[in-house]
Design a protein around this ligand. Structure first.
Ligand SMILES: NC(=O)c1ccc[n+]([C@@H]2O[C@H](COP(=O)([O-])OP(=O)(O)OC[C@H]3O[C@@H](n4cnc5c(N)ncnc54)[C@H](OP(=O)(O)O)[C@@H]3O)[C@@H](O)[C@H]2O)c1
Length: 315
């Protein structure tokens, strides 16, 4: 698996990373078990994945617990990225709280749950909803870095203007943003801004929540516990519209002798400015399928053909 340096940091990460949202056991259906998740983490380690992205919100600590247990002492050989700034529990939707005292407490709770002395990459989970000035949050993050609790920090789901503002204050290293073959808005302003500011980019949802695996020939019926039940990309006209594209991708993948998911993941991982494609994986069979992206990343001559297919999508 190819490794890449996160710009401006001392962190080298695999071009494909392991996203831990699903293994938190909430919002992704009824087929998540800690045994299966543990086997997935082990398969990822064996296949050369060195970046694991978790968050306090993922199962309210469960993904951290499963990840830390599965990595064991190997947690020191990989890069663990986590997040900060969300209040959950109780009634209603989780919300952001980026007040400095909450950012610091939240980071300290993560250190404890993950059993670490220092967090490799701490990311603000989503932009402020509570009126805290960006400079106060940035000061708290830089304070955590100075104290050695955090090695580097980044932002998730921020726009280009806010990124520039944060970069002017100093300290920010990465952006995490959605990006896949069916969702390419990041190419407009975000990726050029990140290149300009020399930020690392962790691209999430590279499989469009599984749609780009080609697994769904007809609109799937997800259980109530799966957030995709309420995602209109999986129903009606939107689902039907993406199918010819996904079928075309599937035919190209078959010719290359790889799973469709591997081709979708590799496409994201090789886009200019992307440091790592973060894929959610529930079991070892998914990890092994997605790891075949590594071979595609090395096969330069296939990409002009794949790009022609990619550019047929009119989202
Ligand atoms: N910062 C943020 O706000 C934010 C937001 C979203 C995600 N993220 C991060 O990015 C990661 C990835 O995004 P995501 O998990 O939302 O979406 P994703 O990677 O596009 O899709 C993940 C889902 O696709 C399915 N899948 C994976 N490999 C497969 C394969 N080989 N064949 C068939 N199906 C496969 C699995 O679900 P099924 O098996 O159930 O179909 C899996 O849970 C997350 O885990 C999280 O770490 C961050």
């Amino acid at each position: 698996m190819e490794r890449r340096r996160l710009p401006g940091t001392d962190l080298d990460v695999s071009a494909v990373g392991f996203g831990c949202w699903a293994i938190g056991g909430e919002h992704w259906g009824d087929d998540v078990t800690d045994e299966r998740s543990t086997a997935a983490v082990h398969a990822a380690l064996d296949g050369g994945i060195t970046l694991f992205d978790t968050a306090p919100l993922y199962g309210e600590g469960r993904s951290d617990a499963v990840l830390a247990r599965a990595l064991g002492t190997r947690k020191h050989d990989v890069v663990i990225a986590t997040k900060v700034g969300v209040v959950f529990g109780g009634e209603g939707h989780a919300r952001s709280d980026l007040r400095p005292e909450h950012v610091v407490e939240d980071a300290h709770r993560s250190l404890k749950r993950l059993g670490l002395d220092s967090i490799d990459l701490l990311q603000v989970h989503w932009p402020c909803e509570g009126g805290t000035p960006l400079e106060d949050t940035v000061a708290a993050l830089n304070g955590l870095k100075e104290a050695g609790d955090v090695r580097h920090w980044g932002l998730c789901n921020y726009g280009a203007a806010a990124l520039r503002e944060a970069a002017a204050m100093g300290g920010v290293s990465t952006l995490q943003t959605p990006y896949n073959l069916l969702r390419r808005e990041a190419e407009g302003e975000l990726l050029p801004t990140c290149r300009d500011l020399e930020l690392g980019v962790l691209a999430y949802e590279p499989l469009c929540r599984g749609l780009l695996s080609g697994r769904f020939q007809t609109p799937p019926t997800f259980p109530e516990s799966d957030l995709r039940r309420r995602d209109d990309r999986f129903t009606g006209a939107r689902f039907r519209r993406s199918q010819p594209f996904v079928d075309g991708l599937g035919r190209a993948a078959a010719k290359l002798g790889v799973p469709t998911a591997a081709l979708a993941v590799a496409w994201v991982a090789r886009q200019p400015g992307v440091t790592c494609a973060l894929v959610g994986m529930k079991g070892p069979e998914q990890v092994r399928a997605n790891l075949q992206a590594a071979r595609l990343l090395r096969a330069e001559r296939i990409w002009p053909v794949v790009e022609r297919i990619a550019n047929t999508w009119r989202g």
